[in-house]
Design a protein around this ligand. Structure first.
Ligand code: PMP
Length: 361
């Protein structure tokens, strides 16, 4: 098999052990004689996977008992609409932190449902850094605050969050959930598409404080109602069983690798290695995000000109590095180094970058 280092931003690399296990179990799920793809979501086998996966997530993130864990469909983009649909009532205001493309999409969706206030923004800095979270002036009647913990395209990530406020805090953690320890009790709702750190696309994890579910207006469609999903333990309708099964395997893999704290240590070492390569390159490479806002998950960088960048991509692909092209909206280069990317793969990338520099500086 060809050795490929997969730096894609999402869907992204999965741990090889997990892929192997999927292959082994695809025809016979744990001695049932059936494939996970052909069993009922009401079967005891799936009930076990559903319950166990929720519990694994609770254990790994230390989720307090007053929270619900949901497995929904429609990607994080559906959450952009579901959040205001459930919590932005007429007469109230939703306060958003505008930190980049993904926050911008969440804001645009919320505006379709009611009044939105941008309480902090780094748009004038072209989202190279994250807006500060202290001294926010929240309009009266704020229903919730929304932030994006990691901007996948700009390559920025909050290191700290705000002090607890009187209003619910909602976070899109699609591109950094389970990459580092967080205190779930600082948040009232967290959502994340699975296809970066949790598994394949097709399932979105929602962690929500039970108390918040009481505020949901009853006039929204059931399929969009968090309370309906919570009451039915994510079995209101046919869930994405295959995706949840893979999340289950990925969570067990994280558990076996030292839990969130274990992967966080590696993630810090991996990011540090690549940023040091960029910073030590005498400006041959430069980082796109301000140092203080740099992401441990998506390292965005550039070379001095477009021709060189094209050549970098061509050569990197020839050498087995895939997914290094930046997002179409940001351009340039990006290495996404989620949990499943190893330190050795980052080392291989760093060595490739140094060698490329030697030949083209
Ligand atoms: N939020 C963030 C931070 C993302 O990175 C992405 C996807 N890259 C999304 C939301 C949208 O996710 P989806 O494609 O699952 O709707």
């Amino acid at each position: 098999m060809k050795t490929v280092h997969n730096f894609n931003a999402g869907p992204a690399a999965l741990p090889p052990e997990v892929l192997q296990q999927i292959q082994e179990e695809i025809l016979d799920l744990q001695g049932t004689g059936l494939s996970i793809l052909e069993i009922s979501h009401r079967s005891k086998e799936y009930e076990k996977i559903n319950g166990e996966t929720q519990q694994l997530l609770k254990d790994l993130l230390n989720i307090p008992h007053e929270y619900e864990v949901l497995f929904l469909q429609g990607g994080a983009s559906t959450q952009f609409a579901m959040v205001p649909m459930n919590f932005l009532k007429s007469g109230s205001v939703a306060s958003y932190i505008h930190s980049g493309t993904w926050a911008g999409k969440a804001i645009a969706e919320a505006r379709k449902f009611g009044e939105v206030a941008i309480v902090a923004s780094s748009e004038k800095d072209h989202f190279k850094k994250l807006p500060a979270l202290d001294n926010l002036k929240l309009p009266s009647g704020t229903a919730y605050i929304h932030l994006t913990s990691n901007e996948t395209i700009a390559g920025t990530q909050y290191k700290y969050f705000m002090e607890p406020q009187d209003v619910p805090l909602i976070a899109d953690m699609s591109s950094d959930i389970l990459s580092r320890t967080i205190d779930v009790s600082d948040f009232d709702l967290i959502y994340a598409g699975a296809q970066k750190n949790l598994g394949p696309s097709g399932v979105t994890v929602v962690i929500v404080r039970s108390e918040l579910l009481k505020r949901i207006s009853t006039t929204i469609p059931d399929i969009m109602n968090y309370r309906i999903h919570a009451d039915s333990r994510s079995l209101y309708h046919t869930p994405p069983v295959f995706a949840v099964y893979i999340v289950n395997l990925v969570l067990k893999w994280i558990q076996a690798n030292g839990g969130v704290r274990g992967v966080e240590l590696w993630n810090r070492a991996k990011a540090d290695l690549i940023y040091r390569t960029i910073d030590g390159s005498d400006n041959f490479y430069s980082g796109l995000a301000d140092r203080d806002s740099r992401s441990l998950m998506n390292v965005t960088f550039r070379t001095s000109n477009e021709e060189l960048e094209k050549h970098f991509l061509l050569e990197s692909e020839r050498n087995g590095f895939v997914g290094l092209r930046g997002h179409r909206e940001a351009g340039h280069l990006r290495a996404s180094i989620y949990n499943a990317i190893t330190y050795d793969q980052c080392k291989a990338l760093s060595e490739f970058m140094k060698d490329f520099q030697k030949r083209f500086a």
